[in-house]
Each structure stands twice: as C-alpha cells, then as structure tokens.
Write a protein that binds this ligand. Structure first.
Ligand code: GRF
Length: 190
C-alpha cells in the first residue's frame, strides 16, 4: 500500500481530484493533507473526503524534523505537491528522495521559478504570446520548479486567449492527467 501526503496552500481542486481518483484504490491511499495556510480551501476538501489534515505554521516549517516525524508516523511513502507555495525544506526532500512530485501549470523550464504561481503564470504566458502552454509534473528538489521532468501535456493557444481562458485550458489538463500520472509513477515504485 502506498500512502500519499498532499501538500497544498490553495483552494485544493487538484487535491480534491486526487482524493476522488484514489478513493477505493486497491494500493494507493491519500492518507494526509498538509497545509501552510490556516484558511486554505484544501482543508474543506480534506474534511469532505474524511482525510486527516495538519496545518503547520511558519515556525514549524523551520523545524522540518517535526514534519518528517508526522509523515513517518503515518507511514507516508510519497508526497504530492498540489498548489503548495512554500519551498519544501531540504530535510524533507532528503528524507523523501525522488518521492516528491509537483504539478506546475506551464511547460517548464518556461514560466517557472519563484513568484510563478497561479494567474501570474497564465498572465506571463499570455503576455509572451505563446502558441501553446500546458502542465509539467516533475520531481521536487531544493529549487522552485527545477526538478527532473516526469510528464508534460500541451494545449494550443490562439491570439484570442486571455489569462482566464488559459487558466481554464490548463486546469482541464491538470484534472485529466495528474492522478493518472501519479498512479503510473507509483506503480513503478516499490
Ligand atoms: C494548480 O494550477 C497547480 O498546477 C499549481 O497550483 C494550482 C493549484 O490549484 N501548482 P488548486 O489549489 O489545486 O485548485
């Protein structure tokens, strides 16, 4: 049995989708949702699915061993970042080497890095008049959006696209691919 912890800071539509997809899965379970924001919508998602959730404040993130202890106590073997805005502490990355993935709402290495989240990404894509955008699922390392790429999916853009329409197109890709790719990856890990 794989036991996943989701880290999220926002409204949690990806977390919701992952919870739904893995409900009743024979070997993968979403066991824990961790947030760095007390008011995050993802906490309602956790409640809705009856999944244990923990909030860690700023001070706690500076003592990552506390977080690692909580993960290990629950036999978490894989971490999925789904709209998690904080840099994951290096100690957590070392404890979960190549067992942490993130989804980024653009085609990395373009439009990644610090400050590139949410609508900022789609605004940058629109301003650059890109012909396509997409999603990138990648391993997490100590820098924002720099870990090895696992999967990308693309969608075409036209000159009529706005940041809002780009967001809708990218969201569709996230819903379609993220759980499936997480499942595919976990099926290759022991
Ligand atoms: C998604 O666009 C995801 O790609 C990015 O953050 C956003 C999270 O949205 N990393 P939500 O909280 O899952 O609705």
């Amino acid at each position: 049995m794989h036991r996943i912890a989701i880290f999220a800071s926002g409204k949690g539509s990806n977390a919701d989708n992952l919870c739904r997809y893995f409900e009743n899965h024979p070997v993968i379970r979403i066991s824990l949702i961790i947030t760095d924001r007390k008011e995050a919508g993802v906490l309602d998602v956790a409640e809705k699915h009856g999944i244990e959730h923990l909030y860690f404040n700023k001070a706690a993130w500076l003592q990552p061993q506390l977080i690692i202890d909580d993960l290990q106590k629950r036999s978490i073997d894989f971490i999925v970042l789904a709209g998690f805005l904080k840099l994951v502490p290096p100690a957590v990355i070392h404890a979960y080497n190549r067992r942490i993935i993130n989804i980024h709402p653009a085609l990395l290495p373009k439009f990644g890095g610090r400050g590139m989240f949410g609508m900022h990404v789609h605004e940058a894509v629109a301003n650059a008049k890109e012909k396509e955008t997409g999603i990138t699922i990648h391993y997490v390392n100590e820098q924002y959006d720099k870990g090895d790429v696992i999967f990308q999916a693309r969608v075409s853009l036209t000159e009529n696209d706005t940041p809002e329409t780009i967001a809708i197109k990218v969201h569709e890709l996230e819903m379609k691919h993220f759980p499936v790719e997480a499942e595919r990856l976990l099926s290759k890990k022991e």
